[in-house]
Ligand binder design. Structure first.
Ligand SMILES: Cc1cc2nc3c(=O)[nH]c(=O)nc-3n(C[C@H](O)[C@H](O)[C@H](O)COP(=O)(O)OP(=O)(O)OC[C@H]3O[C@@H](n4cnc5c(N)ncnc54)[C@H](O)[C@@H]3O)c2cc1C
Length: 392
């Protein structure tokens, strides 16, 4: 087995696989290692990919044809879909500017297919990493199957990142005492590509369009209520859901299990260490309300790939030179989105009283302000900052 690589990525989740493809573009040799078998996915979620993330996947040759549902319109309301308390974003007709929905399982399969086709990427799984040490020219990782060496280590090992902890990088964390229930429905009426988010007591209900007459439900709220909705029998759950959706989409049935995810805001205090970069949830975890967590991870992947390309083109050590801009670039983007999603989630938690009035007014006023709407749309599309090469 080959044991020396330019880059060693720990974690073959969505962020790790995307980072592997982005880094391999410059010709660097990449190993991606995971403690779990990589083909097995039990993730019932779907991801809203921004326009810039879609562009990156196209540039990397990841085949998403037939798997994505373009978002034609986005609507946030307090009340039903026709409520006057609303914020509406119209797409450009083909939906490309508002992004698209894709289920995580086919997305991961498409990423794996592309990774497997690349000669300079090796997947090693299931393999555990026991220890990481620095040597003058790089890092060594002790694994179940021997020692691997690389010049740059990338932690893509999720929100509980062991590599982050081993590097002594602390985090700031806020637990929402909330969770998201995720499931998929089939329905009679067409969704017309509308991504609708309804602010409800203590949280939000998102109905997100998937291919065909199907939608992803992401219902976020206080943990106890979400736990009860996950456990209740299917008929009662569907009746409750139908009531919250005001009959929008007509008759419906569940086509997937209900899964629940605890919610937190978490930011690493630094996104780099010695010969180390954090990407994806290892670096930042944000409230899913704006559907941006993985999109941040995609921008991490593109940014570190830019640094690696620059280091290789100028004959510098990629384990050092690729990190020079990375922390500054990614920290600012992640923190600003973390703050925005936190503020939205906090105002959506108070339903009545002053907060409720402010929120309703905020929706109506924002809807009338082209400047604010355009800034929000740019942030959601990932276009509010300078873009790495692979996203242009
Ligand atoms: C309800 C919900 C809805 C969401 N919707 C959206 C959305 O619409 N749009 C969006 O952009 N984002 C969304 N997100 C966020 C997005 O799902 C996450 O940001 C993304 O899945 C994180 O991927 P990751 O690869 O960083 O981490 P993970 O998926 O956690 O992957 C980490 C990988 O590392 C491996 N690993 C862990 N520890 C080790 C170790 N010690 N050694 C080896 N391997 C290890 C694990 O096995 C795993 O494969 C949502 C999140 C939630 C909770």
């Amino acid at each position: 087995m080959k044991t020396e690589f330019d880059i060693l990525i720990v974690g073959a989740g969505l962020a790790g696989l995307t980072t592997a493809l982005a880094c391999a573009e410059s010709g660097a040799t990449v190993a991606v290692l995971d403690r779990n078998p990589v083909g097995v996915v039990s993730d019932g979620r779907a991801t809203a990919l921004s326009a810039t993330s879609l562009r990156l996947f196209e540039n990397l040759g990841v085949d998403l044809v037939g798997l994505t549902q373009p978002i034609q319109d986005m609507l946030v309301t307090e009340g039903g879909p026709n409520s006057p308390w609303r914020l509406h974003f119209a797409g450009n007709g083909d939906g490309g500017d508002l992004g698209a929905l894709i289920e995580n399982t086919p997305l991961k399969t498409a990423l794996l297919q592309r990774v497997t086709a690349k000669k300079n990427i090796k997947i090693l799984a299931p393999i555990g990493v026991h220890d990481v040490e620095h040597i003058p020219t790089g890092v060594t990782a002790q694994t179940d199957q021997g020692i691997l060496t690389a010049r740059l280590l990338i932690a893509a090992d999720g929100r509980e990142s062991v590599l982050r902890r081993k590097a002594g990088i602390t985090t700031q964390r806020f637990d929402y005492d909330s969770a998201s229930l995720v499931t998929t429905i089939a329905h009679d009426l067409p969704h017309d590509g509308l991504a609708w988010q309804r602010l409800i007591l203590g949280g939000a209900l998102a109905v997100l369009p998937l291919t065909g007459h199907r939608s992803q439900i992401v219902w976020s709220g206080p943990s106890a209520g979400i736990h009860a909705a996950t456990e209740m029998d299917e008929d009662s759950f569907l009746a409750l859901l139908s009531e919250k959706m005001d009959g929008y989409l007509g008759e419906m049935s569940l086509t997937a299990d209900r899964q629940s995810y605890p919610l937190r805001l978490q930011m690493a205090d630094g996104f780099t260490g010695v010969r180390l970069a954090l990407v994806g949830d290892a670096a930042h975890v944000i409230h899913p309300l704006a559907g941006q967590g993985f999109n941040l991870g995609v921008r991490d992947a593109a940014a570190i790939a830019d640094g690696i390309k620059m280091a290789r083109n100028t004959g510098q050590d990629i384990g050092v030179a690729s990190l020079l801009e990375y922390d500054h670039w990614r920290n600012a983007d992640s923190r600003s989105l973390g703050v925005v999603t936190h503020l939205i989630s906090e105002t959506s938690r108070g339903h009545s009283g002053v907060i409720g009035h402010i929120r309703r007014l905020g929706l109506a006023l924002t809807d009338r302000s082209l400047v604010i709407k355009s800034a929000l749309a740019k942030q959601a599309a990932g276009e509010s900052r300078e873009l790495p090469d692979l996203m242009r």
